[in-house]
Ligand binder design. Structure first.
Ligand SMILES: [Zn+2]
Ligand SMILES: [Zn+2]
Length: 286
């Protein structure tokens, strides 16, 4: 009766050696389901067989489309996660991270915010283009997909030149999800000038890149970033790659992690990275 013995979650646990999800959200994030409490997400990670979950809720200062705030009560966040860390310490390592929304004017804020709290891990993500969220494609209907993608790469470059307080760059090229033609209008070669400049800046400043499997969840043929981009980061000397599902509900934890080993190995990485107290820990892929 092969194939019927395990539930989907258990099967994933059987075949995946990736045991740490370094990009997850709970209902501290404005865009997560209200039922996705930190405890529900942690129990989901245990069910998946993970050894480590890093929770990285959204802190997007000055996000204002539709008047929604993307910020959370950081004191309460630490209080909640530290008590769950104690409660579940025999079952799973819980790391406390944050996904910081980058915008060019937020350098000083990032420095103060990140250093005021004992985070294990900080993802820096570009979610906004010129103060507007391209998740709503209508915000940029005057732009072609190619212009939108290039705009986001330019904005990302400006952000990382202005903000140094993060450990890895989140979901580089996720903007492709919001294109009218998605990956049909995207290629690394067309954007090589900007992407290479971003990657060089990351390498020179000791920053990592994230492999984010949400691309696969959204029906793209690749996890972010596109494999040629990940490979290029390696060629340029980059060594730090964390792996995250960007799950906002328990069933999305470790999404498609069974594909991750091959993606990493194909792109030249024998190690992936976890973070504790903002220090990288390298682990063998296989
Ligand atoms: Zn994000
Ligand atoms: Zn996220």
């Amino acid at each position: 009766m092969m194939g019927t013995m395990f539930s989907a979650a258990e099967r994933l646990w059987e075949i995946s050696r990736m045991k740490a999800d370094y990009h997850t959200h709970t209902n501290f994030s404005t865009d997560a389901d209200r039922e996705s409490s930190p405890e529900v997400m942690i129990q989901g990670a245990i069910k998946r067989g993970l050894e480590t979950i890093c929770i990285t809720d959204h802190m997007d200062k000055d996000y204002d489309a539709e008047g929604k705030g993307f910020v959370f009560d950081t004191e309460k966040y630490f209080e909640t996660l530290q008590s769950l860390r104690e409660k579940y310490k025999e079952k799973i390592h819980i790391r406390i991270g944050v996904e910081l929304g980058l915008q060019p004017h937020l350098g000083q804020f990032a420095k103060e915010y990140v250093n005021a709290h004992p985070f294990d891990f900080v993802i820096g993500s570009t979610h906004m283009l010129r103060g507007r969220d391209p998740y709503y494609r209508a915000n940029f209907e005057e732009l072609t997909d190619q212009e939108l993608y290039r705009g986001m790469f330019e904005e990302t470059l400006t952000n990382i030149k202005n903000i140094e307080d993060f450990d890895v760059m989140g979901h580089l090229d996720y903007i492709v999800r919001y294109g009218l033609e998605q990956e049909k209008s995207y290629s690394y070669d067309e954007n090589k000038d900007l992407i290479d400049e971003i990657l060089k800046h990351l390498v020179e400043n000791g920053k990592g890149l994230e492999l984010n499997t949400a691309g696969l969840k959204y029906g793209l043929s690749f996890a972010h970033p596109y494999p040629a981009v990940l490979k290029r980061y390696r060629e340029l000397g980059g060594e730090i790659v964390t792996v995250g599902s960007d799950g906002h509900k328990p069933e999305h934890i470790a999404y498609d992690f069974h594909k991750v080993e091959n993606i990493l190995l194909d792109c030249g990485f024998k190690y992936y990275t976890e973070f504790r107290q903002r220090k990288p820990i390298f682990k063998q892929v296989r």
